[in-house]
Write a protein that binds this ligand. Structure first.
Ligand code: ZN
Length: 82
């Protein structure tokens, strides 16, 4: 069996189990992403690049939503108790 490169964006996956006569091959990861998002159109989705899973988020959510175990005792950071 030869390689079946994913047709989506710059995806370099070469193991595709799904094929569309219109849009070509799509790999498991891209298919999952397609199912979990709602692109304006399939063509637009296929033209976009896969999410880079190694990309560091621009916002450090961990600093905004602090975990209880990391709570410090700064006056600004008092946790409200109900
Ligand atoms: Zn892919």
């Amino acid at each position: 069996m030869g390689v079946l490169p994913c047709w989506r964006g710059n995806c370099d996956n070469i193991m595709c189990d799904r094929y569309s006569s219109k849009y070509g091959y799509i790999c498991f990861d891209c298919y999952e992403e397609l199912c979990s998002t709602t692109p304006a159109s399939i063509k637009e989705f296929m033209d976009s690049d896969p999410i880079d899973k190694n990309e560091i988020p621009t916002v450090d959510y961990n600093k905004i939503f602090k975990h209880r175990r990391d709570r410090d005792h700064d006056a600004d950071d008092d946790w409200e108790t109900v």
